[in-house]
Design a protein around this ligand. Structure first.
Ligand code: MG
Length: 272
C-alpha cells in the first residue's frame, strides 16, 4: 500500500515535472482566482451600455454554453483563399513566429497577412496551451485583428474569468460575446468571422464595420456594430483607411497557436 502510494506520488510528480498541465473539469471560475481583472477608472461605454466602464470587471458574465466544435480542421469552402495551411509562413510578414506541428506559434512581434482583405468570411483556428501561469488577461492573450485594426479577442476563457469585453468572442473593449463557448486550453477552437468593412467617403465615416461571429460554432456576435479601431482603456474611434488591409494575429507575449486560416467571400447580409 505504502509502495503503491509512493509510486503514485512519483508518477504525479513526474507528470507535473514534465509540464503536463492540469486542466479544470468545469468551465467555471477556478479556486485561486479571487477576483476578476479589469478597470473601473476608464470611460463609460456608450449607451445603452453606459452603466459599465470600458473593461469593467462587474459587467455581466455571458452564460457558459456547450461548444459545438470537435477540434478538427474545417475545410475551406470553394472560392476561399487559404492563407495558412500549416506548411509555411509564406504569405505572412513575421518569419520569427515558430512553425510547429502544422501550426504557427506567436513569438515576438505582430503577424500580418501579406494579402489584404475587407469584407469577408474569415476562418481562424487557435489554441491556447494548457498550464499557462496567471489568470484573466494573462491566460493566452492574442487576437485576430480584422483590417489590422478591429480585434476579436483570443484568450482562454475555460475556467478563467476576465472582464467581459476582453473575453474570447468579444469585440475587444467594446462588445462582450453573447455566450462563453470556449473549449479547454490545449484544445483547438474555431472562429468564423463574417465582417463587413467600414466605408469612408471624402475622409468621413459613412458606414461603420459590422461583425457576426461564431466561436466553436456558437453565435457570439450578431451583426454587431464595430465602434472604431481597437483601443485599450479608451473609447474607440474611426480613422479613415483603405478598403482592404492585412489580417493581424496579435503578439501579446503568450505562445498561442494558429492553424487553418482562410478567407471566403462574405455571404451574410450585415449592417443596418
Ligand atoms: Mg488580445
Amino acid at each position: 500500500m505504502i509502495r503503491t502510494t509512493i509510486l503514485a506520488s512519483a508518477a504525479l510528480a513526474f507528470t507535473l515535472g514534465c509540464g503536463i498541465a492540469q486542466v479544470p473539469e468545469k468551465n467555471e471560475r477556478q479556486p485561486g482566482q479571487e477576483r476578476i481583472d479589469g478597470y473601473t477608472n476608464t470611460p463609460k461605454q456608450p449607451p445603452p451600455d453606459d452603466k459599465w466602464h470600458i473593461h469593467d470587471p462587474g459587467r455581466s458574465q455571458p452564460p457558459v454554453v456547450e461548444p459545438k466544435y470537435d477540434g478538427d480542421p474545417v475545410p475551406a469552402p470553394a472560392g476561399a483563399k487559404v492563407l495558412f495551411d500549416g506548411k509555411s509562413l509564406d504569405g505572412w510578414s513575421n518569419k520569427g513566429w515558430l512553425l510547429e506541428g502544422g501550426a504557427m506559434v506567436a513569438k515576438k512581434g505582430k503577424q500580418l497577412s501579406v494579402e489584404k482583405f475587407g469584407d469577408g468570411h474569415y476562418h481562424v483556428e487557435w489554441l491556447v496551451p494548457a498550464g499557462l501561469k496567471g489568470y484573466g488577461q494573462k491566460q493566452g492573450n492574442s487576437g485576430v485583428f480584422l483590417m489590422n485594426r478591429y480585434e476579436l479577442q483570443v484568450l482562454n476563457c475555460w475556467g478563467n474569468r476576465t472582464y467581459p469585453d476582453g473575453m474570447a468572442g468579444a469585440v475587444y473593449g467594446q462588445t462582450p460575446p453573447l455566450a462563453n463557448a470556449c473549449r479547454k486550453p490545449g484544445e483547438w477552437q474555431a472562429y468564423d468571422i463574417h465582417f463587413k468593412a467600414p466605408v469612408f467617403e471624402d475622409g468621413k465615416l459613412v458606414s461603420p464595420a459590422y461583425v457576426t461571429v461564431y466561436l466553436n460554432n456558437v453565435l457570439v456576435q450578431d451583426n454587431t456594430e464595430v465602434r472604431g479601431s481597437t483601443s485599450w482603456r479608451r473609447l474607440p474611434k474611426y480613422t479613415p483607411h483603405a478598403g482592404v488591409d492585412s489580417i493581424q494575429l496579435q503578439d501579446h507575449g503568450s505562445p498561442v497557436r494558429f492553424r487553418n486560416i482562410w478567407v471566403a467571400p462574405l455571404t451574410k447580409k450585415l449592417g443596418r
